[in-house]
Design a protein around this ligand. Structure first.
Ligand code: ATP
Ligand code: MG
Length: 375
């Protein structure tokens, strides 16, 4: 009984001891828990700080990459400007130089031809008069007259002089067109007749339009509307016409390479140039060809600098971006391109009649072909 009481007491004491140990352990684990919580809080704070710093640096990176993109765009634009300026000024100077060099000698010939014509006429009349009064000259003169084939000379010389005059007239007209094209001798900004610019550009390209052994001439159909004079940079606008027309000729030549002379004759190559007044503030020039047309993959990129589908050394890929810059940036106009593969291509240029007043967008025109992209 006594031993039972002692056992119980010692058991209670043991339990109390264990209880104390447990309490101590609990107190310790509470402290550890608190410490852990504290550490977690610190780590969380650190993590949050790291995340916020990361976000900040990501934002900085995004900003820098945006700035880089901007710089790249600016650089590309500057590069295009430089190439354009170089190409235009060298072409303009070359054309103006050639025109100037031809102008003087052709004027000598043209100016003197009138007198040559008059003197020849006088001489022929004199010979005729002489023959009338001396129908039977001495044998030597008779032989010389026959050898000379005087009859033929009398008939042919005036014709020859006439055709020489036509030739010099034509050269003078070409020189005038070259000057008109380059407009080097005029102030940049002018109110001009757009049709004159198109005509002189066509004249410069005449050698590529005419009949060749492998293909008949390219038909150029001009449907000119009644346009007022337009304020523009004529030399530059002519450059845009030139680029678009040269591309049309390239596309027609490419299409013709796969056709026989007869096939082309039955379905002639055509460039149609149409001009019209859109409203009181805008004019529209449409240049279309029935050449190769373009697939969408080419169509999407035609205004990208240095994009070309032509053979190495043939195309620089700058014609379209330059034209776009001239029309859209320099003249605050619009340049649209519509193309259908296998059918042809149409370029539409819209420019304001007056450069400063006109700020409104041009009216929307109806879309004519299936595949259409505007720049
Ligand atoms: N009328 C058109 N018909 C078919 N493709 C065209 C036409 N106009 C432009 N293109 C396409 O657009 C591309 C770019 O034209 P762009 O005038 O800019 O360069 P390019 O003619 O190749 O070279 P260049 O700088 O000598 O003009 C051409 O290579 C061609 O593939
Ligand atoms: Mg071109």
């Amino acid at each position: 009984m006594l031993s039972d009481g002692t056992d119980l007491q010692s058991r209670v004491q043991q339990l109390e001891k264990e209880n104390r140990i447990l309490k101590k352990k609990l107190a310790r684990s509470d402290t550890t828990c608190l410490q852990l919580e504290e550490t977690t809080r610190k780590k969380e704070a650190l993590l949050r700080q790291v995340i916020s710093e990361l976000k900040e640096s990501q934002a900085n990176l995004e900003k820098q990459s945006y700035e880089l993109e901007q710089t790249l765009t600016d650089l590309k634009r500057t590069q295009t400007h430089l190439v354009q300026a170089e190409k235009m000024s060298s072409l303009g100077q070359l054309v103006a130089g050639v025109a100037h060099e031809i102008n003087n000698p052709v004027n000598f010939i043209h100016g003197n031809l009138r007198y040559v014509q008059e003197y020849a006429q006088n001489l022929l009349s004199f010979v005729q008069l002489h023959l009338t009064h001396h129908p039977n000259p001495i044998p030597d003169i008779q032989t010389a007259t026959e050898e000379l084939e005087l009859d033929f000379i009398q008939a042919d010389l005036p014709k020859m002089l006439d055709s020489m005059k036509t030739g010099t007239d034509r050269i003078r007209q070409i020189v005038l067109s070259l000057r008109n094209f380059s407009r080097m001798d005029e102030a940049d900004f002018k109110a001009v007749d757009i049709h004159e610019g198109i005509d002189s550009t066509l004249l410069i390209l005449q050698h590529r339009l005419k009949d060749k052994s492998e293909s008949p001439a390219i038909q150029v159909i001009r449907n000119y509307g009644n346009l007022p004079i337009v304020e523009c940079y004529p030399g530059q606008l002519n450059q845009a016409f030139m680029n678009i027309l040269a591309n049309a000729i390239d596309a027609l030549e490419e299409a013709n390479a796969k056709r026989t002379y007869q096939e082309i004759k039955e379905n002639p190559s055509q460039i149609i140039i149409q001009t019209a007044l859109v409203d009181s503030t805008w004019v529209k020039i449409t240049i279309s060809d029935n050449g190769t047309g373009m697939p969408e993959s080419v169509h999407q990129h035609i205004f990208d600098p240095f994009f070309t589908t032509k053979a190495i050394g043939k195309g620089t890929g700058m014609g379209m971006p330059i034209s776009y810059q001239i029309v859209a940036e320099k003249h605050e106009g619009k340049l649209y391109c519509f193309s259908t593969l296998g059918k042809g291509t149409e370029f539409i240029i819209q420019i304001p009649i007056r450069q400063k007043i006109c700020q409104a967008d041009p009216p929307i025109f109806s879309l004519v072909t299936a595949s259409a992209t505007s720049a």
